[in-house]
Unconditional design. Structure first.
Length: 266
């Protein structure tokens, strides 16, 4: 079973949409700044279809992203980390395989330093959240659309597909809301929490750090640093792709996620 359906749950008084598909061990996927809904348009993102062959995949839309206005209680990345701890508890989920990409990876790290009680494994891909001195980040807030595509993709077919997308007015409004909430969470300091690095050693579950070979948002030294700060973490570098590896090379991306989880669950 790989078809996804959107369901809604009320968590701590907030109604959150979650796309659910597949069967098997539960994999909770936390999306990046682009939101969740775009991965479930006319077709479902191929990497999610592939993961759903082996896992029950849950993809919630973060509060402040997508169709709903941002709730007043979302001010920092920590609010989303605590929200997802409530999400896991109130839905009775666990142990889950937690996977986060980019901004979602940052949320996953913030969640995991607070509690791993409901986690089986942790995977972060191209995760923001820390700062590496002397290694500048790409400023996604200042790039034009053409610069965004040039910097985010290495696969020309994936880049062309992204450029060719036509958004409805509803999707345009959601994209603006996603951008506003991302700016609230990550504008200053840019894309990191100055205290997170001090507590990554608290993460005691099997951890996989996935990085794109040519990440121009968060260059590879960021992946090296996160992996070094988490005891026993594995670092996997995906060749021939940029920051949006899940679009650039969905085959490599899903294989890296699924392979690690399957190995650790054996």
């Amino acid at each position: 079973m790989s078809a996804f359906a959107a369901v809604r749950h009320v968590v701590n008084g907030f109604e959150i949409p979650t796309w659910e598909g597949g069967a098997g061990p539960t994999l909770l996927y936390l999306h990046g700044a682009g939101g969740a809904a775009d991965m479930f348009g006319e077709t479902t993102a191929p990497f999610l279809v592939e993961l759903a062959r082996s896992f029950r995949v849950l993809v919630p839309e973060h509060p402040g992203f997508g169709e709903r206005e941002r709730p007043e209680w979302v001010d920092t990345i920590h609010d989303l980390a605590y929200f997802y701890l409530d999400y896991l508890e109130e839905r009775g989920l666990g142990p889950v395989h937690l996977v986060g990409q980019s901004l979602g990876g940052w949320i996953a790290l913030e969640l995991a330093v607070r509690s791993t009680a409901r986690l089986a494994t942790l995977t972060v891909a191209g995760s923001s959240g820390i700062h590496v001195r002397g290694v500048p980040k790409g400023d996604v807030f200042l790039w034009s659309r053409d610069q965004f595509v040039q910097n985010m993709f290495r696969n020309p077919d994936a880049a062309q597909a992204f450029l060719a997308r036509q958004m409805t007015p509803e999707q345009q409004r959601a994209a603006l809301r996603n951008r506003e909430t991302t700016a609230l969470l990550a504008w200053e300091p840019r894309l990191f929490d100055p205290h997170l690095h001090k507590w990554l050693h608290r993460i005691k579950v099997p951890t996989h750090v996935i990085w794109a070979e040519d990440d121009r948002v968060l260059p590879k030294p960021y992946g090296d640093a996160i992996a070094a700060m988490i005891g026993g973490a594995r670092l996997s570098v995906l060749p021939g792709c940029g920051h949006l590896a899940y679009l650039d090379r969905p085959d490599l991306f899903s294989a890296a996620i699924g392979g690690f989880i399957t190995e650790k669950a054996a």
